[in-house]
Design a protein around this ligand. Sequence first.
Ligand SMILES: Nc1nc2c(ncn2[C@@H]2O[C@H](COP(=O)(O)OP(=O)(O)OP(=O)(O)O)[C@@H](O)[C@H]2O)c(=O)[nH]1
Ligand SMILES: [Zn+2]
Length: 307
Amino acid sequence: MTGIVIKSTGSWYLVRSLQGGQLYKCRLRGKFKNKGLKVSNPLAVGDEVTMELEGGEHQAVITEIKPRRNYIIRKSTHKAHHAHIVASNLDVAYLVVTLVSPRTSFGFIDRFLVTAEAYQIPATLLFNKIDLYDEEALAYMNQVMGLYERIGYPCLPLSAQTGEGLPEVQKLLTGKTSLFTGHSGVGKSTLVNALVPDLAIKTQEISSFSDKGVHTTTFAEMFEVEPGTYLIDTPGIKELGVVEMKKEEIGHYFPEMRALLNKCRFNNCIHINEPGCAVQEAVKKGKIALPRYESYLSLLQDEDSHR
Ligand SMILES: Nc1nc2c(ncn2[C@@H]2O[C@H](COP(=O)(O)OP(=O)(O)OP(=O)(O)O)[C@@H](O)[C@H]2O)c(=O)[nH]1
Ligand SMILES: [Zn+2]
């Protein structure tokens, strides 16, 4: 029997069978090694596994994991050098942002996009709460959306509250595995609720497998929107941290910089103040948006502080 991990706690796993949709509470048989990956969890949400029934009606043992197409890692906030896989086999990563109450910063958006680039996962920005925007805010939003669309990131305006723009989001989800993330307060829960039919029932079903007292919402959970369409909610994840990037690598994760990188005079250029730098030139000419370049500089600085 094969299935998809829809919840991973590290000690047990909830798997949805691909043969009938039932849920199984699973343990692992033997040791699973994540080759070349320094992570604390052997299995993540989105992993496809083989399992064998065991004992109780809804219990199984995971015997094998299929190779991952991709995955996103998050650094542990309390243990240095610890990281875990948040989710795997993703088709799209969505960031929910708002320009008012609260205002998502460019820095935060760009960090998310860089992470998605590093893991080669297509990213889309969802601008929520447009019902709150006045004319000025709408004009600003269009400007920001234009900036990101020119780089190649799809952007959608919506209101999880009024439902405006939701059908467009729903269309994008169909047949895919989508990860949702965003700052606290941007309306991610409201949106996930609007997108996943019977979310409360599904959440209840998932938590009915939890042992007493250990249910937490800090793990990513995968919901079936309809067969073949999955949505991964990442509660409590404030930031998808990029794990160990070399300074020279960072520019590659800005698509608008990527094409220019071999045009710099020095091949180890990090585009700060080197002469003959194609990136600085493009910033001066307005071909690279200033906020994007500032995000780039801030990521460089972060790497400095990690050494
Ligand atoms: N006006 C307006 N309010 C919204 C919209 N979407 C969500 N809200 C409100 O924004 C607040 C935060 O929404 P949540 O869905 O809890 O936000 P969240 O991002 O899940 O926040 P956390 O649960 O803290 O991660 C709530 O009061 C919602 O009712 C929207 O489209 N328009
Ligand atoms: Zn340069």
